[in-house]
Write a protein that binds this ligand. Structure first.
Ligand code: LLP
Length: 870
């Protein structure tokens, strides 16, 4: 036996309520865990109240016992249940404690005599209460015997149920409610008695002193009631997972642990699908503002989910996406009676008569559609048919099932709608039966056919992260992914950024001068090697528009890259930096005749993306091999402004003009040897290049003279933490499979961003700070959209870090802004950083692509210089 020595507690030491469920109390090993955890809380200076469920399986056994009509069968059942407790007692090496003995004897009596004068329901409640009565008695003995003196407390002495007008005898006894009010007397009485207590979940007493049960999720609810009654410092729910996640981890392995939620959000997530917490247990805690913590019994070191009052300083973010299946929709069309008075009243009256509770409502002038949730209703086909028959008297009825409700949850949903276009587009491709936006501004729900949900959820989760709507960058709120915490095999860790290992060097560079771009050449080389490894690709061109630093061009030439240019300036930069042997491609858009004249003097292969040059300047191309850029009719990419296909975009020759182009080329004496397409920038789906490749190949077969297919660039790099990177193995596989079908063509690519984005950072220094309103804090730095225009132009997300305080806790929410006289001069909104001071060095990540090359001298601010780290 271990002695736990602690300083005595003062009379007003805070309470911590800890709840453990059925599996957590079923073995000695698990009880050792409880001992450890409770002892730690006590050692922290708190009074501890442990709330337990029945050993796993016991409640079901007790319910079973209640169904037997013969006394003998009931007694046998009671004896079997007693044996489970004897066995655990033996494992604990304990002799029978008096409290447990009394409970076992009581159960044997109840079983033998049956309901009798108690009445059936009251007897059932008494019998079923024994699961918790016995487990808690066992626990008190074990904890006390192992150095933590623990008093057994009868929950029925603390929790009194209230009779509600809509309850009948059954719900009053088997699904009772408690209205817990702070009970200073109870707290004082217990404080006088001891330091650590154990009591039962799930049970209470009614006004007549009878034992009542709290229904589904009862033990969580008991813990909440007791937490409220004692005004506990917190309630801890110990379970098998670390807490609530941003999606159901069984459907979305990348779902993130939600480390902080307010009561309303947590309630919303619990009621729209998450099983980890019963929604009923939050409301008792809200008013007394007692926080609730969900923790993993097996991994107590994990942070868990902390639920408490609203945290003001938060980026508006979607917190979770949840799905409920088995939803039935009832669509009711009023027959020709537009806005008829009383129509809704008639309709809802029918639902009431059939005892069906309505969840979502959508209405139009002549139609009302509502959803019925299976967790709130007993939805068998008879019940629905009876309702439909009844409704048919006042309207035309259509039943739509099975459906699923997909809900996005987050405080301030309306302020995020503009970020949801990608998500809405996804729903746009499906039959959406109903959209409902909650009046509390906490959720938006889409009702779709049930069978699409499983495929859709992981995709939606990813889209929400990519759109910056699910702010996984906020590490105070979003913890690790389920996969990282519990996934089997390889751990999916976010790739470490090179700059995190180079802080002193970066600080020294910033000391010399800011603003300043710094590029890490090994990162660029590594990316080049990943591209070279694509076995189906014959030639990779670096799209130099992403970064024209001569040192980078030189390094990429050494890695065997070719170069793609779009202007005489880029051609000159490349030729000055790389050896003669490096191939060059010139693929301009709306270039002047003189640009082609200049390019034709170089070794570049020329690409044309319009009829005009070949029609009007055909003489230039006589005897030349040229490439033709086609518009495949659609664009893709991270933002509308970087999608380069379709009639809305100025790039490429539309498919219907290809024949004309070929004729003109033939007349000019030029040979069209290659087809080229580039649909946009920042694409993360490997399948895309397979589609472009096969489309071009099919066109090329028809044309005949083609030997090269340039399938473009656009290879994306994730910018938001948690976004899934482009799968290079899948890309290799996709390209190889198309190549098998069309082995006659050479394949070229021309990525820009992929090669250089992660290699570059922009360093700047804090100039000023400013507060506005209660919680808006601006952090000014010495450069802005003049150096990096991507956030202003595309809402692009760049990681921001205060490297003068690297490793310090990011506690303050900032709007990071530059010195340019434009409201759009914001480099990052709602960024959590350490409390920052003037002259601190701020690093803006992923600035190697389209950073310096797109900078300007707007406001006549000096441009950032560029430094290479070899
Ligand atoms: N090929 C052509 C014909 C292009 O127009 C582009 C980019 C690329 C290749 C290279 O695309 P990448 O692999 O880098 O995605 N400024 C925007 C990107 C615009 C890209 C314009 N064209 C941004 O910062 O996101």
């Amino acid at each position: 036996m271990r002695e736990i020595a602690n300083a005595p507690l003062s009379a007003n030491a805070p309470w911590i309520v800890m709840k453990f469920g059925g599996t957590s109390v079923a073995t000695v090993a698990r009880w050792r865990n409880i001992l450890e955890l409770a002892a730690t809380r006590r050692a922290e200076g708190a009074r501890v109240l442990i709330v337990v469920s029945a050993l796993s399986g016991i409640t079901d056994g007790l319910k079973q016992l209640c169904t037997h009509t013969e006394s003998k069968r009931r007694s046998e059942a009671a004896a079997a249940l007693a044996d489970r407790h004897h066995a655990l007692l033996a494992d604990m090496a304990l002799t029978m404690p008096e409290t447990l003995g009394a409970r076992l004897a009581d159960l044997a009596d109840l079983a033998e005599t049956g309901a009798g004068p108690l009445g059936e329901l009251a007897w059932q409640a008494r019998v079923q209460a024994h699961g918790e009565l016995m487990s808690s008695a066992l626990g008190a003995a074990f904890l006390s015997a192992n150095g933590l003196p623990t008093a057994w407390l009868d929950a029925r002495d603390c929790l009194a149920s209230v009779a509600l007008p809509n309850q009948n005898e059954r719900t009053r006894l088997l699904s009772a409610m408690v209205e817990p009010h702070y009970d200073a007397e109870l707290s004082a009485r217990l404080a006088a008695q001891g330091e650590v207590f154990i009591t039962q979940g799930f049970i209470a007493r009614d006004e007549e002193g009878r034992t009542v049960l709290l229904g589904r999720g009862g033990s969580d609810t008991s813990a909440a009631y007791l937490g409220a009654l004692l005004r506990a410092q917190r309630v801890e729910i110990w379970t098998d997972v670390a807490g609530m996640f941003s999606a159901n981890p069984r459907q979305v392995a990348g779902a993130r642990l939600l480390q902080r939620l307010d009561y309303e959000e947590a309630q919303e997530i619990a009621s729209t699908g998450a099983k980890v917490l019963h929604p009923r247990c939050l409301s008792p805690l809200r008013e007394p503002r007692v926080p609730l913590l969900i923790k993993d019994t097996n991994r107590p070191e994990l942070e868990g989910t902390a639920i408490g009052p609203e945290v003001r300083e938060h980026a508006p973010s979607i917190k979770a996406i949840s799905a409920r299946k088995g939803i039935t929709l009832i669509s009711m069309e009023s027959v020709g009676m537009w806005q008829q008075v009383g129509f809704l009243a008639d309709v809802f009256d029918a639902f009431k008569r059939h005892g069906l509770s309505v969840d979502l409502i959508g209405s139009a002038e002549t139609n009302v559609t509502v959803s019925l949730d299976p967790t709130e209703n007993l939805l068998d086909s008879d019940a629905i048919a009876a309702l439909a028959a009844d409704l048919a008297r006042v309207c035309r009825v259509k039943v739509i099932a099975p459906c699923a409700a997909i809900t996005l949850v987050g405080r301030g949903m309306r302020s995020m709608l503009h970020k949801l276009s990608g998500v809405l587009a996804e729903f746009g491709q499906l039959r959406v039966h109903l959209i409902s936006q909650s009046s509390n501004n906490l959720n938006i729900t889409f009702v779709v056919d049930e069978d699409v949900v499983d495929d859709m959820l992981p995709r939606l989760h990813e889209l929400l992260i990519g759109a910056g709507a699910l702010r996984t960058d906020d590490s105070l709120v979003f913890g690790p992914s389920w996969q990282a915490l519990y996934g089997a095999g390889e751990q999916v860790l976010p790739p470490a950024q090179w700059w995190q290992g180079d802080i002193p060097k970066l600080l020294a560079l910033a000391q010399e001068r800011t603003p300043r771009y710094v590029y890490n050449v090994p990162t660029i080389r590594a990316q080049a090697r990943r591209l070279k490894a694509l076995s189906a690709v014959d030639r990779v061109h670096f799209a130099v528009k992403a970064n024209t630093h001569p040192g980078i061009l030189k390094a990429l030439a050494e890695e065997g890259m070719a170069f793609e240019c779009v202007s005489p300036g880029e051609l000159a930069a490349v030729m000055a930096a790389v050896p003669e042997s490096a191939p060059i491609l010139f693929t301009p858009n709306f270039a002047a005749r003189r640009d082609f004249v200049a390019a034709l003097k170089t070794r570049a292969t020329i690409g044309i993306d319009a009829l005009h040059p070949i029609e009007h300047w055909g003489d230039l191309f006589a005897g030349r091999d040229i490439m033709l850029r086609v518009d495949l009719g659609r664009g893709l990419g991270h933002h509308e402004k970087v999608r380069t296909g379709g009639t809305g975009s100025k790039f490429g020759v539309p498919i219907e003009h290809i024949d004309r182009f070929l004729t003109l080329a033939h007349e000019a004496g030029a040979r069209v040897i290659g087809l080229h397409a580039h649909l946009g920038s920042g694409i993360l789906d490997a399948a895309h290049w397979g589609e472009v490749y096969s489309q071009l190949a099919a066109l090329a077969e028809r044309i005949g003279s083609i030997s090269i297919l340039d399938i473009g660039g656009g290879l994306g790099v994730p910018s938001h933490p948690g976004e899934t990177p482009l799968d290079m193995t899948a890309l290799d596989r996709v390209l190889k499979s198309v190549r098998q079908a069309y082995p006659q063509f050479q394949v070229w690519m021309e990525p820009g961003r992929f090669l250089v984005a992660d290699a570059g950072v922009l360093l700047a220094r804090v100039t000023q700070e400013k507060e506005k309103g209660a919680s808006v804090r601006y952090l000014g730095i010495d450069t802005g959209m003049n150096s990096l225009i991507r956030p202003a132009l595309y809402d692009a997300w760049h990681d921001i870090a205060n490297i003068s305080r690297f490793g310090e806790a990011a506690t303050t929410m900032y709007q990071v802004v530059g010195p340019i006289c434009e409201s759009g001069d914001v480099l990052g909104s709602d960024r959590r950083l350490p409390e920052s001071k003037e002259d601190d060095v701020i690093l803006i990540g992923q600035a190697g692509a389209y950073g310096a090359v797109m900078s300007s001298r707007y406001n006549l601010r000096d441009e950032a210089d560029e430094v290479l780290l070899p």
